[in-house]
Design a protein. Structure first.
Length: 256
C-alpha cells in the first residue's frame, strides 16, 4: 500500500518554524522488517524475545537474573519474578500490541545473558526509545553489552531510518544514567513526576541521539568495538569517546 507523504504547509505570517522535512513518510515498525528476527554482531547477537522463544532461552534469562534480583529490579516497573512461569507471562504480556514493546534476548557464546528492547515506537514522527535494558552480571563491563546497544541503534537509524532514539530512566538510577552518556546519548533534562513505580513517585531522566549525530557516533562505536582495540584478555586499549563527539552544547548533565 502506498504511504501518503506529509505535505509542506506554508506559514503565511512572520513566525519561526522548524526546518523542512522533505518527502516525509511514517517509518516502518520494528517487526515489519525481515531483518528484525536476529541482529548479529561480532561478540553477541540479539534474538527476538516473545512467546515463541525457546524455553531454554527463557530459563537461561531467568537463571541469569536470579542471583541479583534483590537489587536488579529496584528501578523497574516489573520483577522480581518468583518462578520462571511468571517471567514467561511477563514476556507474553509485553508482546501485546497495546504494550508497544519489542524485546530482544542478548546471546553471548550461545547463552542468553540479558535482554533489551524497543518501546514507545512512534512511526509517524520517526521516534523510538531503547529501554528494558537488563544486563545480568555476566554482561557487566564487557564489550558485548556495548555492542547490544549498538546493534539496536544501528537497526533504528540505518535500517528503519528513524530520526530520534531516546533513553529514559529513573533519575535516581545512576547505573543507567552513566551508560547513557557513555553510549553517546545527550542529556535533555528531568521529567518530574512522570510515573508511579511500585507505589513511589518516579522522575525520569531523558537522553537522546538524533540521526545527524548518529553518523559520528556510529564511527566511534565501530572504532571501539574493533577487535584491534582489545588485547588477548579482552581488555580495551582505548576507552569509548561517544560522549565527546556529539555536537550539542556540552555541560548539560547533572550526573554526579
Amino acid at each position: 500500500m502506498t504511504q501518503l507523504v506529509t505535505p509542506i504547509v506554508t506559514i503565511p505570517i512572520d513566525q519561526q518554524v522548524g526546518e523542512t522535512v522533505l518527502n516525509w513518510i511514517p517509518r516502518p515498525h520494528q517487526l515489519d522488517n525481515p531483518q528484525c528476527t536476529i541482529l548479529q554482531g561480532q561478540y553477541c547477537r540479539l534474538e527476538l524475545l516473545n512467546s515463541k522463544t525457546n524455553d531454554t532461552i527463557i530459563q537461561q534469562l531467568y537463571d541469569a537474573f536470579k542471583p541479583t534480583e534483590h537489587t536488579h529490579f529496584t528501578y523497574l516497573h516489573y520483577g522480581p519474578f518468583q518462578i520462571v512461569d511468571e517471567f514467561k507471562e511477563f514476556i507474553r504480556f509485553k508482546e501485546l500490541p497495546s504494550c508497544d514493546t519489542v524485546f530482544y534476548s542478548i546471546i553471548v557464546n550461545n547463552i542468553a545473558v540479558g535482554f533489551i528492547g524497543f518501546l514507545r515506537i512512534n512511526q509517524d514522527h520517526g521516534k523510538i526509545e531503547i529501554g528494558h535494558v537488563n544486563f545480568s552480571p555476566q554482561l557487566l563491563h564487557i564489550r558485548s553489552a556495548t555492542e547490544a546497544n549498538y546493534l539496536l541503534l544501528q537497526y533504528a537509524f540505518d535500517i528503519l531510518c528513524y530520526r530520534r532514539v531516546e533513553w529514559t530512566c529513573y533519575s535516581l538510577n545512576t547505573k543507567s544514567r552513566r551508560p547513557a552518556l557513555r553510549l553517546g546519548y545527550q542529556y535533555e533534562g528531568i521529567s518530574l513526576k512522570s510515573e508511579v513505580c511500585k507505589g513511589r513517585s518516579r522522575d525520569n531522566a531523558v537522553y537522546s541521539i538524533v540521526d545527524n549525530e548518529w553518523i559520528l557516533s556510529k564511527q566511534e562505536f565501530q572504532r571501539w568495538l574493533s577487535p584491534e582495540n582489545f588485547d588477548s584478555h579482552g581488555q580495551q586499549s582505548t576507552k569509548p569517546n561517544n560522549a565527546q563527539i556529539n555536537q550539542r552544547k556540552k555541560g548539560n548533565t547533572d550526573v554526579v
